[in-house]
Write a protein that binds this ligand. Structure first.
Ligand SMILES: Nc1ncnc2c1ncn2[C@@H]1O[C@H](COP(=O)(O)OP(=O)(O)O)[C@@H](O)[C@H]1O
Ligand SMILES: [Mg+2]
Length: 406
């Protein structure tokens, strides 16, 4: 039975779901590397692990390599080494190369991790994306603003979940954004032309560089807006229609993007914009399963287990294409202001028609802290065969449910 390693820094709800699913895959022995002690996992997950190795820092390639060697000494050859967390992609690729484990190598991992390098490659291939520049000084940042005008986006070249990402519409806002994360030698900051338009994802499963399944989502509003306005109960809608002519251009551009960056076998989460003139721009791509509940949306839309399918794809290079049955959407429940959850109002006013569309929900609990992430304090997921019905249901939910903080 193949021995597979999975690296996860902490046992978040999402991490436990991934670890539990991979540990339960038939024909796989799973070794886990984490910063947290094994005993913090639910006992039914612990009992399924073949082995465990604790490290101080999962993002440190040297520590990961030592962990992989220790696990291999006990369990034999490592068949695959996986991780779903964005910041782990490059160190895991380094260990794959050091130990001769199949899977994405360092050069490709960097293409997906470093948004400046990514955009250089995309532009050279003729793919549309924002003008950009990495800077190591305020002077260079203001020069970029002079040359390209406002508004601009200021962000880390290798961020995730919209952390430390700012929109600057004038010099004062640019100065403020730079003061939050000052550019310097050894701390590159990425500046980008601000793309105005709607924002979407394009999510793909690929085998040996060939896309075998894809899907997309619409963000209402976009993640940066959701971070700037921490009370917005934003929505992610996954339409049932995938093969619509309206998406032909993004499908072609997304597949070319994956090819240019060096996607082999795995799942990718690409983000893109549709400008008001109809043209598109590629925003960024990650070589891992998506966040923002999109793996659950995919599971419900195709009536399969997206995380288990990702595991089998990564471990056995197989992907039985599931049928698309539903449109699905998530509404993120978020309170206004600061503090802890006092109450969730309005759940009883969700109409009966919408109630029976709910397939998953995490209702915020009394005393829970305000979330720092755009995923909010909780969520409600609905599904129906018609995309419009899902959209109406989500609108009803976000206008009916209120998370009260205090
Ligand atoms: N050039 C840009 N134009 C417009 N919005 C942007 C741009 N770059 C980033 N954003 C906004 O910031 C969010 C986070 O940036 P992104 O590059 O996707 O980083 P992350 O890795 O944090 O998801 C995006 O989802 C988008 O809403
Ligand atoms: Mg993003």
């Amino acid at each position: 039975m193949p021995f597979v390693i999975y690296a996860a820094p902490n046992f978040t709800e999402n991490a436990v779901r991934f670890i539990g699913t991979l540990a339960n895959l038939e024909g796989v022995r799973l070794g886990l590397v984490s910063q947290e002690p094994k005993e913090w996992l639910p006992s039914e997950v612990q009992s399924k692990l073949a082995d465990f190795h604790r490290v101080a820092d999962v993002f440190d390639a040297a520590q990961l390599e030592a962990a992989a060697r220790a696990l291999s000494a006990r369990q034999g050859t490592i068949h695959r080494f996986l991780a779903a967390v964005e910041q782990a992609q490059e160190p895991v690729a380094e260990v794959r190369e050091a130990l001769g484990i199949a899977g994405m190598g360092v050069e490709a991992a960097k293409n997906f991790r470093d948004k400046g390098r990514m955009k250089n490659l995309l532009r050279s291939a003729g793919l549309p994306c924002a003008r950009h520049q990495k800077v190591v000084s305020n002077k260079a940042a203001f020069e970029f603003a002079q040359a390209n005008g406002f508004p601009l986006v200021v962000k880390p070249p290798d961020g995730a979940a919209s952390q430390a990402t700012y929109r600057a519409t004038n010099e004062a806002e640019l100065a403020h954004a730079l003061s939050m994360n000052p550019p310097a030698e050894g701390n590159e900051v990425l500046l980008e032309e601000f793309i105005t338009g709607t924002e979407h994802s394009f999510d793909t499963f690929s085998i040996a560089g060939k896309p075998v399944f894809h899907s997309l989502t619409h963000y209402y509003p976009n993640p940066l807006e959701a971070m700037r306005e921490p009370w917005i109960q934003w929505q992610v809608v996954l339409p049932r229609e995938v093969e619509s002519p309206a998406f032909d251009d993004i499908k072609a551009a997304a597949f070319k993007t994956l090819d240019v960056l060096g996607m082999g076998t795995g799942m990718s989460h690409l983000e893109w914009f549709r400008r008001s003139d109809g043209s598109l721009a590629i925003s960024e791509v990650a070589a891992r399963p998506p966040g923002a509940q999109i793996t659950t949306l995919l599971s419900r839309a195709n009536d399969f287990d997206c995380v288990a399918a990702w595991g089998r794809l990564m471990i056995f290079d197989e992907f039985p294409v599931p049928e698309r049955k539903y449109a699905v959407g998530a509404a993120f429940l978020r309170g206004m202001g600061q503090g802890r959850v006092q109450q969730v109002r309005g759940l009883e006013h969700i109409s009966a028609e919408v109630r029976h569309l709910i397939c998953d929900a995490k209702i915020p609990k009394h005393g829970q802290e305000k979330s720092k992430s755009y995923e909010g304090e909780g969520y409600i997921i609905v599904r129906h065969r018609e995309t419009a019905v899902v959209q109406q249901a989500l609108s009803h939910i976000v206008s009916t449910v209120r998370v009260v903080l205090g």
